[in-house]
Design a protein around this ligand. Structure first.
Ligand code: G6P
Length: 610
């Protein structure tokens, strides 16, 4: 998704803008650009298709230095990836960058063309530049012109604006797309994500929906959507800058896979008593209302949706509460029947995913008991807008393919299930078992990471494959789905997941020696049934790869059946543990395939438009 960086400072801000763009690369983009008010030379704009390095090369040929500037990484929505569509966009002396979608860009464009404005791109953003310029020409007050234009925009945006005649002023606004203000010493910055600015500050003001701001080196003025001045407090960013570096690892994804023991331990920190969970973690209001919850709806996207699917098994079995799970892009556009006392849970790593956020907003009018956000980013829109919150503490996740965010979401959801079981006085043995299992989890995950060398050799088997099937049952069915998603995301191998019981209803027809079948087969009550399903695959010459429990007899080794064993673990944490080898498998297959592991083609880390 698009990323914005801006600065007004005593020092030359171009290197800071470029470093900011590099730090936003993980969001996914296809072109980049920068506009700087070059000392004494007016606005200088440089744009390039491709990676930020291309922009740097362009800047090396045509340097731009100054104290005020805005920069952007673009992910094409309106108009193909091309230099003329890359941001910033200019109207006269005024320059704009934008993240999001202006839904009414077509009528606005027509009106502006009728007024004589000439367009040089196909983007919705250029409309914004000309619209502000139009009002500025009328009233000669840039703040007023900015406000008037904002009032006419429908859709989602984070916007930044500079003007050649105001060399010390940076304007910005947010509605539906994230934007933060970074506080320096006699300097101000803006960015779509604090990560972009950690090289210059760790102090941020988080703009609320509808806010707009005017920044100079020394002043930060913010107004809400009604133009009332507001104070958005400065918050210190909690993650150290070094957590953003790859360190000894070849890829962020690998680093993040290996960070899971720590991420899980951080997520559980302060949440568990001796034999119970500390429900106060949810805050006083949520704690008192937990016992009232009679139904649960879970809404999320991508990997976070898979976490929700696992939780449904846990919540219905252990807490006895009916639970539905749905992808946010479907949920937000349908008629939803909400039974009395239903809790809506949204799950998101970033807390900025457009569909998940829209689902939360839609849910506000549907008569839910409350909304709860399970999220990895404390200052995100989702966390700020939900009634209750449960934070995961995975730390920044840079790799597009989600790993540690997923396992920490599962940890939070198992914790929540236990909390619900506890307030409903369910079987205390189950509660104690969950608590003990969660306590051992970081160490168990550490052990499963030791499978890495074994999986490295296994990955070669996928080198010439175009398809793969993943099978699981019960809580491990969504884990098979997540395994298939990981493989397709980063190795571009077409992968499908099926509940193993569905094999005979279609996918068995695909099985032959060219179709690897990966099964997740822990020692649980469904193991015998799963084994029968796997026999059906073997009988048809399928190449089986099974992740199984070391305590189970595996039979004679077989060239067509590779078994990788994991330590025995309690059923409740088993889906979390079996996720690890599937992450490692997709990572090593991607290495064999030579793909861009951390930034797979066409995908974005943070999908902030629908
Ligand atoms: C994108 C990412 C996925 C992520 C999904 C939901 O598709 O590439 O890794 O699972 O968005 O993101 P969220 O931040 O809401 O968990």
């Amino acid at each position: 998704m698009c990323g914005i960086v801006g600065a007004v400072a005593q020092r030359n801000i171009t290197p800071i803008l470029i470093e900011g763009l590099r730090r936003l690369e993980y969001r996914g983009y296809d072109s980049a650009g920068v506009a700087v008010l070059a000392d004494g030379n007016g606005i200088k704009r440089v744009r390039a298709v491709g990676k930020v390095i291309e922009l740097e090369n362009a800047l090396a040929n045509s340097p731009a230095n100054g104290h005020l500037g805005i920069a952007h990484t673009r992910w094409a929505t309106h108009g193909k990836p091309a230099e003329h569509n890359a941001h910033p966009h200019i109207s006269g002396k005024l320059v704009v960058v934008h993240n999001g979608i202006i839904e009414n860009h077509a009528p606005l464009r027509k009106r502006l063309i009728d007024l004589g404005y000439q367009f040089t791109s196909e983007t919705d953003t250029e409309v914004v530049a000309h619209l502000i310029a139009h009002y500025f020409q009328q009233n000669h007050d840039l703040l007023e012109a900015f406000r008037t234009a904002l009032g006419e925009l429908h859709g989602a945006y984070a916007l930044a604006l500079i003007h050649e005649d105001q060399p010390q002023t940076l304007y910005c606004a947010r509605m539906g797309s994230p934007l933060v203000i970074g506080e320096g010493s006699e300097e101000h910055y803006i960015a779509s994500d604090p990560l972009a600015l950690l090289q210059v500050t760790d102090r941020f003001r988080y703009l609320e929906e509808g806010d707009h701001a005017r920044l100079s080196m020394t002043r930060c003025e913010i107004w809400d959507s009604r133009n009332n001045p507001v104070d958005r407090p400065v918050k210190r960013y909690e993650h150290a800058a070094h957590s953003l570096e790859k360190g000894e690892y070849r890829h962020y994804m690998l680093k993040e896979i290996f960070e899971q023991p720590q991420a899980i331990s951080d997520t559980l920190s302060g949440t568990l008593g001796d034999d119970h969970v500390l429900t106060a973690v949810l805050g006083p209001e949520a704690e008192t209302r937990l016992a009232d919850i009679a139904n649960i709806h879970i809404v999320a996207c991508g990997t976070s949706y898979h976490a929700g699917l696992v939780a449904r098994y846990w919540i219905e079995e252990q807490a006895g509460i009916p639970c539905c799970v749905e992808v946010a892009s479907e949920y937000r556009y349908r008629t939803v029947v909400v039974p009395a006392n239903t809790l809506l849970i949204t799950i998101s790593q970033s807390g900025e995913t457009a569909d998940t956020l829209a689902a939360l907003r839609f849910a506000k009018d549907q008569g839910y008991l409350a909304t709860l956000a399970i999220c990895n980013v404390a200052g995100s829109s989702l966390v700020r807008e939900a009634d209750w919150r449960l934070l995961t503490h995975a730390g920044p996740e840079i790799g597009v393919a989600s790993t540690k965010a997923f396992t920490t979401q599962l940890v939070a959801l198992l914790w929540l299930t236990t909390a619900l079981a506890q307030v409903r006085n369910r079987d205390s043995a189950v509660i104690q078992r969950n608590v003990q299992a969660l306590k051992t989890l970081p160490q168990v995950i550490q052990q499963s990471l030791e499978l890495a060398p074994r999986i490295t050799s296994l990955a070669e088997r996928f080198a010439n494959k175009h398809h793969a099937l993943f099978l699981g049952r019960g809580t491990h069915y969504p884990i098979a789905m997540e395994g298939a998603l990981k493989l397709k995301e980063i190795s571009y191998i077409h992968a499908e997941a099926y509940a193993a019981g569905e094999l005979k209803h279609g996918p068995l027809a695909l099985v032959d020696e060219d179709m690897p079948v990966v099964s997740v087969a822990p020692s649980d009550s469904l193991l015998e049934k799963l084994k029968s399903n796997l026999e059906e695959v073997r009988a048809r010459g399928g190449q089986l790869i099974t992740f199984a429990c070391e305590t189970i007899e595996q039979g004679e080794p077989d060239a067509n059946h590779e078994v990788i064993t994991l330590p025995w673990v309690e059923d409740c944490i088993s889906p979390i543990v079996y996720t690890i080898p599937l992450q490692l498998l997709s990572y090593h297959v991607a290495l064999v395939k030579g793909t861009d592991v951390d930034k797979p083609r066409n995908l974005a880390k943070s999908v902030t438009v629908e």
